[in-house]
Design a protein around this ligand. Structure first.
Ligand SMILES: Nc1nc2c(c(=O)[nH]1)N[C@H]1C(S)=C(S)[C@@H](COP(=O)(O)O)O[C@H]1N2
Ligand SMILES: [Mo]
Length: 240
């Protein structure tokens, strides 16, 4: 009897998972015929994506964070342009597709087994209010790396369950403080704030931080429609 760990590819797979801090069999889920672990291991043998590596390895400026005591739970104003979508958590899948070598479709359990990052940052809405918030979730860069972007990828397009859409430059999406959050102020993210998954980052204005994210598409060119508020005249980059 051979366990899957006796397979010839188990050595690079296991060592890579250890390097990435992603040990644990529970994290291995099926994605388009490959297990997630196989897709991670596959990265070892893929041609190097020089531009992506440069973005990942170049230390990006980290925004100073606040102590937990500075959190302002009452200051975060819900800002929902249409409605709060109903999302069935059991059926929920986050897709990562577009110009990638390994498209992904991940359930919430798989996402929550990826390394958790927590940060206390200031959320700034263009409408003139701000709030210090603690977000917990996974780094968007970890997901993007797993999907193995092709060399011509320059933007990330984000689709939400309420019809909201956004696009980010790749460098900002790969910033170490750009999270797909599922916790707020130490508690599970409520529906009104974007459950099960929303973007959170100290480097962009609030409207860039899509709630109810369902799809992430890596693209080389931006479509005509760049973002819900951008298409109404707001700035696209919206950096802080
Ligand atoms: N899908 C979606 N994401 C969204 C919005 C929205 O209406 N729909 N509003 C944006 C705006 S303008 C802000 S300031 C923040 C507000 O997040 P909050 O409702 O959790 O405070 O979400 C952003 N993300
Ligand atoms: Mo906003």
């Amino acid at each position: 009897m051979h366990s899957p760990d006796d397979a010839p590819d188990s050595l690079p797979r296991r060592s890579f998972l250890r390097i990435a801090g992603l040990t644990g069999a529970g994290w291995i889920v099926s994605t388009a015929g490959l297990t997630l672990a196989e897709s991670v291991a596959g990265k070892l043998f893929m041609p190097v994506n020089d531009r992506l590596d440069a973005l990942l390895l170049n230390p990006q400026k980290v925004v100073p964070e606040f102590p937990v005591g500075a959190i302002e739970p009452a200051a975060l104003i819900e800002n929902t342009f249409r409605f709060i979508p109903r999302i069935d958590r059991a059926a929920f899948r986050l897709t990562i597709d577009g110009a990638v070598n390994q498209p992904l479709s991940l359930d919430l359990a798989s996402i929550q087994q990826m390394p958790l990052t927590s940060m206390v940052i200031r959320h700034v809405c263009v409408e003139g209010w701000a709030a210090i918030v603690q977000w917990g979730g996974i780094r968007l860069r970890d997901l993007i790396q797993l999907a193995q972007p092709k060399a011509d990828v320059r933007y990330v397009y984000i689709q939400s369950a309420d019809g909201y859409y956004e696009s980010w430059d790749l460098a900002s999406a790969l910033h170490p403080q750009t999270l797909l959050a599922y916790q707020i102020n130490g508690a599970p993210l409520p529906a009104k704030n974007g459950a099960p998954l929303r973007l959170a980052s100290p480097i962009k204005l609030g409207y860039k931080q899509s709630k109810w994210v369902t799809g992430i598409t890596l693209v080389s060119e931006l479509p005509q429609q760049k973002g819900y508020w951008e298409d109404l005249g707001y700035e696209w980059f919206a950096g802080l």
